[in-house]
Design a binder for this molecule. Structure first.
Ligand SMILES: [Zn+2]
Length: 252
């Protein structure tokens, strides 16, 4: 018969140096990693260091207790966020970061209704080309924080004349309810030097600065404009304060 305690002790010994317990606004963040992750990026194999985190209402430093709770926590019913780190992220002077909001349709299916899938791969490439950086994949940000099911309804409203912002508002959501506080705590655990943020959204830059992130600059990311996402991108500019970079967007 297998002794459960022995098995758990074995897991604790292997995992204890790979789990950090961080303070969150409420409760704790358990950060696990790094894990070597070879990734196919535009046909080349690139080695990232992957970390995943779990937000918990408990505040325990006891790794055994954290492990004990896993099997009953039903984690597959929820999404967890994670981060892909490239290069010497802790020490390099110039590091690029991207706070990428999960997009089931864009990232997984390659939907062209938005530019998320393109932005995901493009920001990973920019980080690799820079030599150092991190891509945060934020799991509670689907549809600007409204969730996948509500996003499906919002898409139907959009097919019937609403823009992205109006559709969310008609369903009772504020336009953008995304929160970055846990991601910032994770970033602080991985790097203390300033970062350059990959974004077209000055509001996002300001939100991150207000939340205590040390930002040295912003670098834009546009592309993949098509007939399917033109009005979505134009709404980002007209309604959500995204900057239009000269020469990189809109043909007319
Ligand atoms: Zn998307």
């Amino acid at each position: 018969m297998v002794n459960i305690q022995t098995v758990t002790n074995d897991a604790i010994n292997v995992l204890k140096d790979k789990i950090q317990v961080l303070k969150a606004t409420e409760g704790s963040i358990y950060l696990v990693g790094p894990i070597r992750l070879p990734v196919n990026l535009h046909g080349e194999t690139v080695i990232f260091q992957w970390y995943c985190w779990l937000n918990s209402k408990e505040e325990t430093e006891d790794i055994g207790q954290i492990i004990d709770n896993l099997s009953s926590a039903n984690l597959a019913e929820y999404q967890q966020s994670s981060v892909l780190v490239y290069g010497d992220f802790q020490q390099d002077e110039e590091a690029l970061i991207r706070m990428h909001s999960i997009c089931h349709t864009g990232d997984i299916f390659g939907s062209k209704r938005c530019d998320c899938g393109f932005q995901l791969k493009q920001s990973m490439q920019m980080i690799v080309d820079n030599g150092s950086g991190a891509l945060f994949y934020l799991a509670n940000h689907e549809g600007r924080g409204i969730g996948l099911f509500s996003k499906a309804m919002a898409y139907i409203l959009q097919e019937n004349g609403s823009d992205t912002v109006e559709a969310n508002e008609k369903l009772g959501f504020v336009d953008d309810s995304r929160n970055y506080s846990d991601a910032i705590e994770v970033l602080k655990a991985l790097r203390s030097k300033p970062v350059t943020l990959i974004t077209n959204n000055p509001k996002k830059l300001k939100a991150l600065q207000d939340a205590g992130l040390s930002v040295s600059g912003r670098t834009p990311l546009w592309g993949d404009v098509s007939e399917y996402n033109e009005s979505y991108l134009q709404t980002k500019i007209n309604r959500s304060g995204h900057l239009e970079e000269a020469g990189t967007f809109l043909h007319d």
